[in-house]
Write a protein that binds this ligand. Structure first.
Ligand code: PLP
Length: 472
């Protein structure tokens, strides 16, 4: 009999499970028609950097759970135990009351974020961003008669799946067919030097940040409450900010009284070699949101952190019965989330994983730059720490992007080789041409060699299919 690999579920029949999935599960981001004649991928086990599918094939995971989440790697019993112990003791109570891991994690978290003072719990990155948008709007209402309510966002950034988080997202294909969107969200241009007319200019960082000022002035500074930015754009193609960018953003925001909201849903918790991505760039945020790596996927938890200053705005008039942040999130009260997050943070500290990110990140970048020398198809390599993008082009001179199907083919070939890589996917009209790598913070040089080798082989097959048919 065809049985699942999981020794705890000896009775699980693989074909029955696959059939249940095919018949009843609606997968995220998936066109299901092909699954009428093929089987879905189902992941049943994970250990360290590797996962195993239901048919027993093992993969090296270069994207930490597909969407840059499992920062400390799979199979961490200490996190599972921390969650288990907490759930048995006290699983849930609405977060209008406190709980022990919630208090302890909040304290440890703000220690890593000088300038931040308060932690608000919720479940997903989108939800944390929604909290921040509500906070900006309520603040506008309390302080400015509702005027300073607009949020500026950047082309190519992604902030989540709910309608308002999508309203703040700069990815046309992601948004397509889901309008109309929430009013009061305004886009300004991205800062990707590789795709900008004056990207080579030494002043490019400052000039592209000044696009924010133009947008604020166009909208009217008295209408703009906040700007939301990823420190490094993730799903929009791994875009690191050019020099001088965030310093100028800071100056502009101070000048016009605009709050800085940094979305650390991907970059937070060590991915880039510091606790938070923004900490590379000297910017002082008012609001920071985070999710994915906060508990490395062992529990659903997200956080909106704010400065004490911002928090204190909601204390100003206790006699007004509407003058407090009147938001709630049922599962923001789950105590398993902060219990997992505390242990996740302890692991990152005890195993010196930030050091590993910096060392392995440098190594990965060197290997990829070498690969770029070999393959003219790799137009640009960019990233920070264990977070890297390779932009693929038909021609280095014209920078014409390869079609999305080419990148999908390369990712598919890596998968056949047993390596999972990521890619920009149905986000833009024509720039779905970036391979994304975000291996777990525990990765070794051997893991990275295997990842780079698989990409090398996959690209070689695209460029020289006849030769590869003979030799590979
Ligand atoms: C930068 C960023 N912000 C927010 C989100 C939304 O997070 P979630 O999917 O947990 O709602 C994502 C998800 O990929 C993201 O990449």
């Amino acid at each position: 009999m065809n049985r699942a690999l999981d020794s705890d579920s000896q009775d699980t029949n693989v074909s029955e499970v696959i059939n249940s999935d095919k018949t009843h599960v609606w997968h995220h981001l998936s066109q299901h028609k092909p699954l009428e004649t093929s089987d879905p991928m189902m992941i049943v086990e994970g250990k360290g950097m590797r996962v195993t599918d239901i048919k027993g094939k093992e993969y090296l995971d270069a994207v930490s759970g597909g969407v840059w989440t499992v920062n400390v790697g799979y199979g961490r019993e200490s996190i599972a135990n921390a969650v288990r112990d907490q759930l048995v003791k006290m699983c849930y109570f609405a977060n209008s009351a406190g709980n022990i891991p919630g208090a302890q994690f909040a304290e440890k978290l703000v220690e890593k974020m000088p300038g931040m003072g308060r932690v608000y719990y919720s479940n997903s990155g989108s939800e944390a961003n929604e909290k921040a948008f509500k906070l900006v709007r309520q603040l506008a209402s309390i302080k400015n008669g509702g005027k300073k309510h607009k949020v500026i966002f950047r082309d190519r950034d992604y902030h989540g799946t709910t309608i308002t988080a999508l309203s703040a997202t700069g990815q046309a294909q992601r948004k397509d067919q889901y309008g109309p969107f929430t009013p009061g969200f305004v886009e300004f241009p991205h800062c990707l030097a590789y795709r900008s007319a004056n990207g080579d200019h030494p002043d490019f960082g400052v000039q592209s940040a000044k696009e924010l000022e133009k947008t604020i002035l166009r909208e009217g500074p008295d209408t703009v409450g906040a700007v939301i930015l990823e420190p490094i754009t993730a799903g929009g193609g791994v875009i690191t900010p050019p020099e001088g960018y965030f310093e100028t953003i800071q100056e502009i925001c101070t000048k016009y009284g605009v709050l800085i909201h940094i979305d650390e849903v991907v970059c937070g918790m060590g991915r880039t070699g510091k606790w938070f991505g923004y900490q590379h760039y000297g910017v002082k945020p008012d609001i920071v949101t985070m999710a994915k790596g906060v508990a490395s996927g062992y529990a659903a938890i997200s956080v909106m952190a704010t400065t004490e200053n911002l928090f204190s705005e909601f204390l100003a008039d206790p006699s007004d019965k509407m003058h407090y942040f009147r938001d709630i999130s049922t599962f923001g009260g789950c105590a398993g989330g902060p219990a997992a997050a505390l242990e996740n943070m302890r692991i990152i500290e005890q195993e010196n994983l930030l050091d590993n990110v910096n060392k392995m990140g440098d190594y990965l970048m060197d290997q990829l730059l070498e690969l770029q020398q070999k393959h003219p198809m790799i137009g640009d390599v960019r990233g920070k720490g264990l977070f890297v993008g390779l932009e693929l082009v038909k021609d280095r001179q014209t920078k014409e992007p390869v079609d999305e199907s080419v990148v999908a083919g390369i990712a598919g070939d890596c998968l056949k080789q047993g390596v999972m890589i990521g890619r920009t996917n149905r986000s833009f009209a024509e720039h779905n041409n970036t391979i994304c790598l975000s291996p777990a913070l525990i990765c070794t040089k051997g893991d990275l060699d295997e990842i780079v080798r698989s990409i090398d082989i996959a690209i070689t097959k695209v460029v020289y299919p006849e030769v590869c048919n003979l030799f590979l």
